[in-house]
Design a binder for this molecule. Sequence first.
Ligand SMILES: [Zn+2]
Length: 428
Amino acid sequence: MLFEKIAVLQADGTYLKDQYVGVRDSRIAWLSDKAPAEDFGERIDGTNRLLIPGLVNAHTHVAMTLMRGYGEELPLQSWLFDRIFPFEDKLFPEAVYWGSMLGMAEMLATGTVSFTDMYYFCDETAKAALECGIKANIGRGISCFDPTKRFKDLPAYAELKDLLATYHGAGEGRVLIDVAPHAEYTTRPDILEDAAAMAGEYGVRMQMHVSETQSEHLDCVARHGMTPTALLEKTGMLAHPLTVAHGVWLTDDDMDRLARHGAVVAHCAKSNLKLGSGIAQTTKLLNKGVSVAIGTDSAASNNALDMLDEMKVAGLLAKGVTCDPSAFSAATVLHCGTRAGALSQGRQDAGDIAEGFRADLVMLDLNSTPFCPSHAPLSNLLYASGSSTVKMTMVDGRVLYNNGEFLTLDIERVRFETQRCTNTILNN
Ligand SMILES: [Zn+2]
């Protein structure tokens, strides 16, 4: 496929006009203001179109679309223990499959090509991802409330081993499996130690909720005499590639620790705002050299899985809380939502538009009101248009969403089955 005379925004905010972008197999094989001599097959007229790197949702629980709007205006602990956990007790594999598929459809239609997930019945989410063609780093959430059980006694351990054997690297590497302890308050230090050792043994990445709320952060200090991040260091978790979800209440020392070990913070601005958890200090994290990616968290807390919406909120928040309009520049926000997200998933060759990179591309309509006039196309994208102008989403060179049509899933059926599964759970 060859995009002709198309505008391109690269991950660092560089804007290039009238480009030729050639896709061969799963990769970008040509990027130039000159037409290639070789034939790339189908030609796409890029007039009044903009190509951006596919967005990477660095933290979500995709099947929780089933609980969109089910626990509203509650603090995190009550939201979890009174609404979400009782609903999740009645989950069944098929519900997770359809809820995952609905979330994937929502992400594809809003320009997301890859997501990092933590949940249960992960083989259902992996199956759905392979079927619809989106990329995913999937982690079976590890929690333990029984003091007599060690990591290897947990169902999560056995499931994780199966997932690693069956799905790690499946779909030409589109699906990867992470080791995913849920949080400090749902595990124990010895569980974290064993989980970290397993990540090292398999050479895979880790993800965990860290310092999402103030009470969680302070309870950990009371329990262990140290912050959750200090506990991560002590238990060996920081010795492996780790995505820290939220990081709202990180101390300066915590941030230095994360920077030293190269951990990534997945910033989930909307979920933190909506659950009243607080506001992560993105500018301080970036200044301290911590890599920041962007995630939506689940549709139960967000309530959308729309990364452009999330990036807008992240940018606005940083400017507002620092009283500095230059804070978290649009170019930095774009980088966090694309390249930094891909790197947080261990995908070195993804998250940008350059020759040799994976062809994870999103095409937007510049012939639309939010892009007129075009003094600042990137600002138009983040602060005026949002996902309303997404025309096409391509993953590994394959078009999955085009002009409102999903090419790898039946959206009517996905909506019907998701509602049916939700009714089954509520009537149970
Ligand atoms: Zn989460």
